[in-house]
Design a protein around this ligand. Structure first.
Ligand code: FPP
Length: 249
């Protein structure tokens, strides 16, 4: 296992290192609207969305945030026009291929969560390769939710546990939160402390339903391709003002 070799940058004014979230999740909304405002086809918004995501990953790493999770494609996104779905699948594959070397050099661990079996075979292969080549990297854990749905994730965990009960491997009264979490796609990843959603929508949209039980929400009107370090700084400042009580007084 590689040590965490990252050289942390000084934080911008107003941020306290000890209050940084350990894990940030993002719903990258507004790519289509961004493109429309520029008079461009929707797919151009997704292309610019990739640049915004790359910048955010670098920023998290520079500032010492240990995990970033991005909602790239939901189980409901298949309902989009076929050509947009095809474009997104090709984009994911191309970006993975282009960025893998840098992720290895930068000590980034990438992993994918979701029902990956339903993705195009060539994308599945690229995903497996990138996960295998970065599995020992420790500067930041970057999780991409692809063909992900929170309800589906919970259902498949239930099925897996029910099978173990049927086989006598576990007793029903042994099923607690820890056992359940081990059967989620996100097993081994700490819950997000902060979820950022761009473009003003105030919904969870089937993202990390179990994991966001105590996570803080930050909603901004900014469209995803315009979400930059200044915006992220603002989100972190707002987060650091919150008092997290986890149900206590
Ligand atoms: C939502 O905007 C965005 C998406 C469904 C796609 C997000 C994907 C990326 C930014 C690419 C990530 C790439 C990798 C390799 C992880 P929208 O289309 O719903 O925008 P709208 O609400 O304005 O229509």
């Amino acid at each position: 296992m590689k040590a965490q070799q990252t050289e942390l940058q000084d934080l911008p004014p107003g941020l306290k290192r000890e209050l940084l979230p350990k894990h940030v999740a993002v719903i990258m909304d507004g790519n289509g609207r961004w493109a429309k405002r520029q008079g461009l086809p929707r797919i151009m918004g997704h292309k610019r969305g990739v640049d915004a995501l790359k910048d955010l990953l670098r920023c998290c790493k520079d500032w010492g945030i240990q995990a970033l999770t991005a909602y790239a494609f939901s189980t409901e996104n298949w309902k989009r026009p076929q050509e947009e779905v095809d474009f997104l699948m090709t984009l994911f594959q191309r970006v993975l291929r282009q960025e893998l070397r840098e992720m290895v050099e930068e000590n980034v661990q990438i992993q994918f969560v979701g029902n990956l079996n339903a993705l195009p075979r060539s994308l599945q292969e690229e995903i497996s390769r990138s996960m295998a080549e970065t599995k020992d990297n420790r500067s930041i854990r970057f999780t991409v939710a692809t063909n992900y749905g929170g309800r589906q994730e919970i259902l498949q965990a239930c099925r897996a546990i029910a099978q173990k009960v049927q086989q006598g491997l576990i007793q029903p009264d042994e099923i607690d939160e820890a056992v359940f979490e081990r059967h989620l796609y996100t097993a081994g990843i700490a819950d997000p402390d902060l979820l950022i959603r761009t473009s003003g929508e105030m919904r969870l949209s089937n993202f990390l339903l179990w994991q966001m039980a105590y996570g803080e929400f930050y909603i901004t009107e900014t469209l995803w391709p315009d979400f930059d370090r200044v915006e992220f700084h603002r989100a972190l400042c707002a987060y650091q003002q919150r008092e997290r009580r986890f149900g206590a007084v």
